[in-house]
Design a protein around this ligand. Structure first.
Ligand code: URA
Length: 274
């Protein structure tokens, strides 16, 4: 059999790009396979340091993993404990900056915490930051953010009158879909963020945000456009699932549905003011 020709550097780069690998994490390549072989030969290593925010009570065995991130159940527990201690949005941001339980933090450039007005009566929650957000450190600043701004403008709102965040505050590498574990680890933080902002209306943008926050298994085609209830921990508020602007960019025919959803939000907002 004739061996396959070696791919050129350009072909390899194109392959990586296609697979979602679109940014370098370090100056020099790291051979992880060589690292693993060396670890197999080395005497038993000292237990990994306890990640910040993980409770003392976590059993040592549960932490005994070979990489820096703790097991997902330990990380979820530690996220819950950490988020519950945040007395303000500033506290919460600082806790997230110090949290070591989510491996996405290691590949993201920075934390993307929030944008807009923390006193707003409407809070919008997306899925996770993309490339532009990762660079700038603010949610929804790329193409879908521009569309979101237009959608808000259509109902007389802007970033001074809404508060915007994501379920996941770190960009997943190559914009891949966050894993269910990553979502569960980040969930206590966004829940606390919603509780601290205390909006009258929550808008979940897209399926992942809707399913994670409103605990439904139904898809966005079914959930959108109907007010649901969200328990902030201190009160029950209205929640409106609607399409994610990135989806609307790909499927503009659904823009009119999103427009109807946002008009319903506007009406509900006016009704709660009256
Ligand atoms: N998509 C999201 O869900 N959030 C962002 O911040 C940007 C794009």
């Amino acid at each position: 059999m004739t061996p396959e020709p070696m791919p050129s550097a350009a072909e390899l780069l194109a392959f990586y790009l296609e697979a979602g690998v679109d940014c370098a994490l370090a100056e020099a390549p790291i051979d992880r396979l060589a690292e693993e072989a060396a670890a197999d030969l080395a005497p038993a290593a000292a237990p990994p340091r306890r990640p910040l925010g993980v409770a003392e009570s976590v059993p040592a065995a549960a932490m005994a993993r070979t990489d820096a991130a703790p097991a997902p159940d330990v990380a979820i527990l530690s996220a819950r404990e950490a988020a519950a201690t945040a007395a303000s949005l500033e506290d919460l941001r600082a806790l997230l900056e110090a949290f070591e339980g989510c491996a996405l933090k290691n590949t993201a450039t920075r934390l993307v915490f929030a944008d807009g007005n923390p006193q707003a009566r409407i809070m919008l929650v997306g899925e996770a930051p993309g490339r532009d957000e990762d660079i700038e450190g603010r949610p929804f600043v790329g193409r879908s953010g521009k569309l979101l701004d237009l959608m808000l403008k259509a109902i007389g709102l802007d970033r001074n009158s809404v508060y915007i965040a994501n379920v996941i505050p770190w960009r997943p590498p190559g914009n891949r879909t966050p894993t269910p574990q990553e979502t569960q680890i980040c969930l206590p933080f966004i829940r606390r963020q919603i509780e601290l902002v205390d909006p009258d209306i929550l808008v979940t943008l897209g399926n992942p945000s809707t399913q994670a926050l409103l605990q439904t298994r139904e898809g966005i085609m079914k959930t959108r456009g109907r007010f649901m209830e969200y328990d902030t921990g201190s009160r029950r508020i209205k929640a409106m699932p609607t399409f994610h602007p990135a989806y609307l960019l790909r499927s503009p025919a659904f823009k009119r549905h999103a427009w109807l959803d946002l008009r319903a939000v506007r009406r509900a907002l006016t009704a709660t003011t009256a």
